[in-house]
Design a protein around this ligand. Structure first.
Ligand code: SF4
Length: 331
């Protein structure tokens, strides 16, 4: 579903951000997203400026928005060859308007409307902004980062492989690189879901590539319970940890697998939640070695959601999770 190869424009944007001294004033957190329209895309993280590819009457455009994400209503669009010009104009206007304490676009937009920002932006562009009224970016499909899926080119697929609890050791990486050379186009991509993609593999070679990735210890099937668990570093590597989340997660995965459940569970060894910027459907928050409070996501509650049970062992947590009816907990 890719509508444009974002890499040349991304490289141009990066060059500008690095090479244009004025842009060094931007906060290190100031973030730009460039989305090519792919089915597999991280669309939920907020960015100060986002651009998203679309087609109108055979022309490639970039919709854009401020302080949000591509599934929001866009403000307007420009031709794809104007993407770089738009970025420069937005960043320069932001720096012209923002007070020193307004480090992010959302801070500036508390003082002025998006419409006012657009009105000041348009004269800085070489061509008028395009109205794409009603267009919305489709949400991405969950789960496409693990398994085999078709690419736009006929007969070509990519294979997605999860790294167990986010750990990719040198042997796995070397092995995956070797497979990318052998079966693909010698490239590997990293995803925000702690997985690797091997693109441009002939569909007929996908089973062999998948088997070899599994041999390396990577997770190539969404049926594997471990593919749905995330855990912070835990007590094996972090002084703040109250539990060994990585090894507890392995135990939990074994129990879930035995019961045929694939649940999205986050194990965190303290409330800092380093492993997940988002709230998982279920969170096990450590209270002592091997003991966890269970929270279930609830949009009306702050933090990890509703506290469901306290001080559980991994076996007890698994039994509680397994007893729940199939729902949005299931991956
Ligand atoms: S969530 Fe807490 S325990 Fe886990 S890595 Fe972060 S700081 Fe350490």
């Amino acid at each position: 579903q890719c509508l444009m190869d974002t890499r040349p424009l991304a490289a141009q944007i990066l060059d500008t951000l690095q090479g244009h001294p004025r842009f060094h004033q931007l906060s290190a957190k100031f973030a730009v997203q460039l989305d090519g329209g792919e089915a597999l895309a991280m669309l939920e993280h907020h960015h100060d400026l986002w651009l998203s590819a679309l087609e109108r009457d055979g022309q490639g455009l970039l919709a854009f928005g401020l302080a949000g994400c591509p599934v929001d209503e866009p403000l307007a669009a420009v031709a794809q060859d104007q993407g770089h010009e738009l970025l420069v104009a937005v960043l320069e206007l932001f720096l012209d308007l923002a007070r020193p304490e307004q480090t992010r676009m959302r801070h500036l937009l508390m003082d002025m409307s998006r419409e006012d920002f657009l009105a000041q932006l348009e004269p800085r562009l070489s061509r008028p902004l395009l109205n794409i009224g009603g267009w919305r970016r489709q949400a991405s499909d969950a789960g496409l980062h693990i398994g085999t899926y078709p690419q736009a080119a006929p007969g070509q697929v990519y294979v997605g492989a999860g790294t167990p609890l986010g750990r990719l050791d040198p042997a796995m990486l070397k092995g995956a690189a070797q497979l990318a050379r052998e079966y693909g186009d010698a490239s590997l991509r990293l995803t925000p879901w702690q997985s690797l993609l091997l693109p441009s593999i002939a569909a007929a070679d996908a089973p062999a590539a998948t088997a070899a990735l599994e041999q390396l210890g990577l997770l190539c099937s969404p049926q594997q319970a471990l593919a749905h668990l995330i855990a912070c570093t835990g007590s094996s590597g972090c002084g703040k940890a109250l539990a060994d989340t990585k090894s507890d997660a392995l135990q939990l995965a074994g129990l879930l697998q035995r019961h045929g459940r694939q649940l999205d569970v986050h194990l965190s060894a303290c409330p800092r939640s380093c492993a997940a910027a988002h709230v998982a459907p279920a969170t096990l928050l450590a209270v002592a070695p091997g003991r966890y409070d269970l929270y279930l996501r609830d949009a009306t509650q702050p933090g990890f959601g509703t506290l469901h049970a306290r001080n559980l062992s991994i076996e007890a947590a698994e039994a509680l999770l397994d007893a729940r009816p199939r729902s949005n907990l299931d991956a």
